[in-house]
Design a protein around this ligand. Structure first.
Ligand code: EPU
Length: 492
């Protein structure tokens, strides 16, 4: 960790900032600044004397994407490891009393942050190559995650389950992540931890979970809502609890199965992942091993949607076709040709797009994380399409941006009525969150003219080398960096 005292040249204001360390870090992130709250939990980690801090004059650099639209996409794209599996499996390494080697890790900022949190807790993290790390959690020295790191991502909640499961206590900042227009509740996580015997309290911005003296005890837990996060967290907390745990009404997403497979490969006893009843028999200890993360269903779906909107023909490589079924079926309904092979999909769109209705649902239904990208495709389809978002309260914050590009969409609560238009026109637009940002990139690729997309740090939370991958498909997109002119040094 390199700490910097940063002085804004214009205002003279000083702040502390850090450069996040190496594992999984993108070249373009090296040297960028991430704010550190000097009075927060990290303060004790500052060197005793301020002189020891490197004094540098820097300002934060913002990245924008410049897209000249209208070029069909052609070629091949390799899909990276699944973000939502990686951000659970990395904290899960805390449960392992040995070295675990994790392969197919995507190089995205959420993953970098998870690895940095692990290092801060005392884990050894060794980067083997661009997509492989070895994690050694035998000498963890703290069960409290750094406040400013953990609060920035939703997945930091997984540190609660993992720390509680292994050490009987956890203190983790209330999580951040994409804002879908309201509070993202964690009541089902808390219900699970409590059923296992833990006490859970919120104090000073932290969630504090503590197991009883004799440890957590297996329990039967029925989730009131199908929750990916709660299912994963209860699995993490219960894997070494005494006795048996059953999670009913569990989420069935591919990343749930991947987490269970990771834990089982380290010695856990979890059955039923991928169905709505998961049974966990507590084990004494997890030992080290090797594991490769599954390909990212949503990244693959995003490239498929990009081909649908911009036209062309792309071979999407390194995927599990079964995971793509719900997305493939909807794109075919829209008139996109999809040919399925063993671990690739050939996606082609030459003719006009047809209208379709979408309702987001937990897996195997149509994923909410593909809703903005598919809505963008439907903006260019003939006729009127209906989109119903039934997982998140409000996931239409990108609609205003699409309207700037010429889209015709009316949103009423959870439903968007999309009337197809002939084309998008390039415009300056702003990514409101990760998947919405990806949707705006898709719109810009299909648009006539030039678009400038700002706040792309949201997109880079979840898409590895998006610009490079799209350029390899012939897209006219580039990332430009410019100093942040805003007063506050922050992440936006
Ligand atoms: N919910 C509750 N109580 C809880 C937990 C969830 O009421 O304790 C509700 C939520 O408000 C929501 C629904 O249950 O309405 C589903 O939430 P879930 O817990 O499944 O979502 P999550 O675990 O917070 C993960 C992904 C999201 C993805 C959702 C749904 C990660 C890190 N995040 O979030 O991914 O949208 O599942 O599939 O795995 C993304 O990748 O862009 C992203 C936002």
């Amino acid at each position: 960790m390199i700490l910097l005292r940063v002085r804004r040249q214009r205002t003279g204001a000083e702040k502390f900032a850090c450069i996040l360390p190496g594992a999984g870090m993108k070249r373009r992130q090296a040297g960028k600044l991430f704010p550190v709250n000097n009075t927060g939990p990290w303060a004790e980690e500052l060197p005793q004397s301020a002189e020891k801090i490197y004094l540098e004059e820097r300002v934060k650099i913002l990245t924008k994407y410049i897209v000249q639209g209208g070029t069909p996409l052609c070629g091949e794209v390799e899909i990276s490891g699944a973000k939502n599996a990686a951000v659970a499996i990395i904290p899960a390494a805390l449960l392992v009393d040995g070295v675990c080697r994790i392969e197919n890790i995507p190089q995205i900022s959420d993953v970098t942050l998870c690895l940095s949190i692990l290092e801060q807790l005392g884990a050894g993290v060794r980067t083997i190559d661009r997509h492989t790390v070895e994690v050694d959690c035998r000498r963890i020295r703290s069960t409290r995650t750094p406040y400013d790191m953990a609060r920035r991502i939703r997945a930091s909640t997984y540190f609660i389950g993992a720390l509680l499961g292994r050490f009987g206590q956890a203190e983790v900042a209330l999580p951040g992540g994409c804002n879908f227009g309201g509070v993202r509740p964690i009541d089902q996580h808390v219900k699970g931890f409590t059923a296992l015997g833990s006490t859970v309290a919120v104090e000073g911005g932290f969630i504090r979970a503590t197991a009883p003296r004799d440890g957590l005890k297996g329990a039967s837990i029925y989730l009131d809502v199908v929750s990916v996060g709660a299912t994963m967290n209860i699995m993490l907390a219960s894997v070494m609890a005494r006795g048996n745990t059953t999670i009913e009404n569990a989420a069935k997403e591919p990343h749930i199965v991947d987490l269970a497979n990771f834990l089982n490969s380290m010695g856990a006893n979890i059955r039923g992942a991928g169905t709505d009843t998961i049974k966990i028999r507590g084990v004494e200890q997890l030992r080290g091993g090797n594991y490769a993360i599954i390909p990212d269903q949503i990244e693959a779906g995003t490239y498929m949607a990009a081909v649908a909107a911009a036209g062309g023909q792309v071979l999407v490589k390194n995927i599990i076709p079964k995971h793509m079924d719900c997305i493939t079926a909807k794109l075919q309904e829209c008139g996109v040709e999809v040919e399925e092979h063993e671990d690739t999909l050939l996606v082609r769109r030459n003719g006009p797009l047809h209208k379709a209705n979408i309702k987001t649902l937990p897996y195997p239904g149509f994923p909410t994380d593909m809703q903005p990208q598919l809505t963008t495709v439907l903006c260019l389809a003939q006729g009127i399409s209906l989109v119903t978002e039934s997982v998140w309260g409000n996931r239409y914050r990108y609609v205003d941006e699409l309207r700037r590009m010429g889209a015709s969409i009316q949103v009423d609560d959870k439903t968007a009525v999309v009337e197809g238009v002939d084309h998008f026109s390039g415009a300056p637009i702003q990514a409101p969150d990760l998947r919405a940002g990806a949707a705006l990139v898709i719109a810009a690729l299909a648009a006539r003219g030039r678009s400038e997309i700002s706040c792309v740090h949201y997109i880079e939370r979840g898409y590895e080398n998006l610009v490079e991958k799209l350029r390899a498909l012939g897209a006219n997109i580039r990332a430009v960096e410019e100093p942040d002119e805003r007063e506050e040094l922050g992440l936006g």
